[in-house]
Design a protein around this ligand. Sequence first.
Ligand SMILES: Nc1nc2c(c(=O)[nH]1)N[C@H]1C(S)=C(S)[C@@H](COP(=O)(O)OP(=O)(O)OC[C@H]3O[C@@H](n4cnc5c(=O)[nH]c(N)nc54)[C@H](O)[C@@H]3O)O[C@H]1N2
Ligand SMILES: Nc1nc2c(c(=O)[nH]1)N[C@H]1C(S)=C(S)[C@@H](COP(=O)(O)OP(=O)(O)OC[C@H]3O[C@@H](n4cnc5c(=O)[nH]c(N)nc54)[C@H](O)[C@@H]3O)O[C@H]1N2
Ligand code: SF4
Ligand code: SF4
Ligand code: SF4
Ligand code: FES
Ligand SMILES: [Mo]
Length: 662
Amino acid sequence: MVQLTINGKQIEAPEGTTVLRAAELAGIHIPTLCNHKELTPYGGCRLCIVEVEGMRVPMASCTLPVGKGMVIRTETSEIRKSREFILSMLFSERNHFCPFCQVSGGDCELQNAAYHEEMTHWPIQPGWNNYKVDTTHPYFVLDNNRCILCRRCTRACGELVGNFTLSVAERGAASMIVADTDVPLGESTCIKCGTCVQVCPTGALIDRTSAYQAHDDQLDEIKSVCIGCSVGCSIKIMVRDNRIIRIEGDWESQVNQGLLCEHGRYDPITESRRRITTPQIRKNGKLEPVSWEEALSTVADKIQSLAASKHGIAAIASTRLTAETLAVFKDLFVDKLHGTSVTSIEEGAPTASVTRFAENHEAFEGKLDILRNADTVLCIGANINRSHMVAGFMFKRNLSKGTRLINIDPESSELDYLANIALKTKPGSDLALIKGLQAIIVREGLGRSPLKLTDAGKLIKEAVSASGISHEELLQTAQLLAHSISPVILFGKGVTAQRDEKLIEEIYHLAVLIGAVDDERHGLLSIKGESNSLVATLLGMDTAFTLDGQQAVYIALGDDYVSKSLMERLSKSPYLVAQTCYESRLTEQADVILPVTIWAEQEGHYINLDGRTQAAQKAIDPPEGVRDNVSVLNEIATRAKMTIQPDWHKAILARKSSVALN
Ligand SMILES: Nc1nc2c(c(=O)[nH]1)N[C@H]1C(S)=C(S)[C@@H](COP(=O)(O)OP(=O)(O)OC[C@H]3O[C@@H](n4cnc5c(=O)[nH]c(N)nc54)[C@H](O)[C@@H]3O)O[C@H]1N2
Ligand SMILES: Nc1nc2c(c(=O)[nH]1)N[C@H]1C(S)=C(S)[C@@H](COP(=O)(O)OP(=O)(O)OC[C@H]3O[C@@H](n4cnc5c(=O)[nH]c(N)nc54)[C@H](O)[C@@H]3O)O[C@H]1N2
Ligand code: SF4
Ligand code: SF4
Ligand code: SF4
Ligand code: FES
Ligand SMILES: [Mo]
């Protein structure tokens, strides 16, 4: 610890801390603009200047490390005068004619900083530039006229997201935020995650969808969980008058630390499907609105009459539903109604093989965080650029700092351009390939732990012929893996959907061999499906959905989508009950429609891909007529004279999880 004095107060701060951070820890406020807790200090705006005894000029506290015995003053008249001057320069450099700006009136950090200094005007003539406003992006607008060149956006895009789309062109007063080589944002490499907008302190980057709809202090902030994929990013749902205005990443979150992808931030805002708000029953071939009472008793009678028969009822549920809903669903259709083929719409493709392997290997998977410090990532059968983007950010941002990437996928993707080695293998050849990698590592004596293999030479030959890659590529891959210090193996549905437990076992052995997994490290991780993928598999709902003569199918779709191939199977059922939110090809064919709440209209729990349980709060009220997913299932059970067991915590403990639950 280092002792120093700030404004006469004796304080202690850990060595290497900045003066700004030390002041914060001691409850002393220093105004800032370019500084952001998640970004590398840059020292650009100079608003955070302080007086340091013995130094000639004021120093930027955000980049100044604490020193023993430092004597610092943050509120001298000199410092206050300098701060006002700095703000005056910032205001006058470009168009900060605030009344016309969307963030004016409480949401702009520049304006707020000026009010904090009790400024009412600035004495410098503004430079009336007229820079072109970039409106080509679907989700936000870039207005360089409002930009203060704090570079939070460029740092966020590079350091956090690993996308490096934004940068600064030109020098000095002509500096301009540009995308790529100064192309329109809408045509750039931007992956639309919106992180730059979330960090921008001014009106230079503004949201198209939420602009001019509310000031921050008029918004209710509800903490929740993104249901877009199994990363389970923490979100803040910003609500006004029962409407979701905007979604923000939660900087305090342990999972995503503020980041979101396009799906998490914008999909809920751009939702365009048509909502259903009245229960309906097919009568004489036509769907007709009915009361909830009629709909629920019709369904209850039907399923009760089928409960006894051998091929009675099949049921399928979305993995976007809450743990509470899935547990009740499972109890009703498996334990009480003895349905045949009760599963989730993922059918266990991303989870069944890892969960089966876990039966004998406990929690063999690691935690997401391990990706942040990996020196090598082996990505196999995972479309991390599309399907679990925020997990991808965790290592993509380190590729420019030396982290190496190996991508094994039969299809090409943008990930290949970032990869040190991209292997285009034949589909389904992964088992042979993994065994071949093991064999080379063992034969070259590069393994971290012993692994018994019979006939390494044969395994290597088989790997080459099965996968279609060259011996040279195989050797390079093996060497890169074996020479890594903190390797991580990340696999996805390309691997898991092969439903081969042996493949998971050999990936595990490879992980041990290269030191990705040992007593201390758990550098093996599978990405899963939707938000409650893991819950569905722990409840045993991870088998293929096959109909053979069932008299009815109950589908709890919630706000999820239904694919053509599932629809083809569903349409073979003589009777179809759809618990769903939106009109779709499913509702066109259903015999009964039960309209339910969407994700933001209900509360409940989700367990993400690395076993973290998270609570989602209800953010908005549902439209009139719509009922909660859990209560609909409960009502049906009650009418069918069944008591369902609602304890989902207990229900998921029936199986071992591939990843430790916490
Ligand atoms: N053999 C085999 N079976 C599988 C799997 C497998 O890998 N192999 N995977 C399993 C898994 S994990 C899943 S999740 C399921 C379902 O997985 P898929 O069958 O791949 O279905 P999805 O692609 O999820 O989407 C369903 C449909 O919703 C529509 N849709 C999706 N997003 C949007 C959108 O934003 N807007 C609009 N308008 N439409 C949209 C699309 O038309 C799409 O056809 O299949 C499961 N079954
Ligand atoms: N944006 C977005 N995100 C999503 C979803 C979405 O629809 N959109 N869906 C969610 C859901 S339901 C799921 S299940 C997950 C799925 O997320 P992922 O696990 O990433 O699954 P896929 O997107 O199907 O990508 C699998 C990759 O494996 C490759 N592959 C196919 N066959 C083989 C093979 O034999 N060997 C190897 N090594 N690779 C192979 C494919 O080319 C593909 O690149 O994503 C979730 N996240
Ligand atoms: S939206 Fe994301 S990828 Fe696009 S410029 Fe902003 S930070 Fe970069
Ligand atoms: S666009 Fe916003 S975040 Fe980026 S440099 Fe300008 S003011 Fe800063
Ligand atoms: S990575 Fe997944 S959980 Fe995170 S914001 Fe994107 S879709 Fe949502
Ligand atoms: S906050 Fe320190 S220089 Fe900008
Ligand atoms: Mo999925």
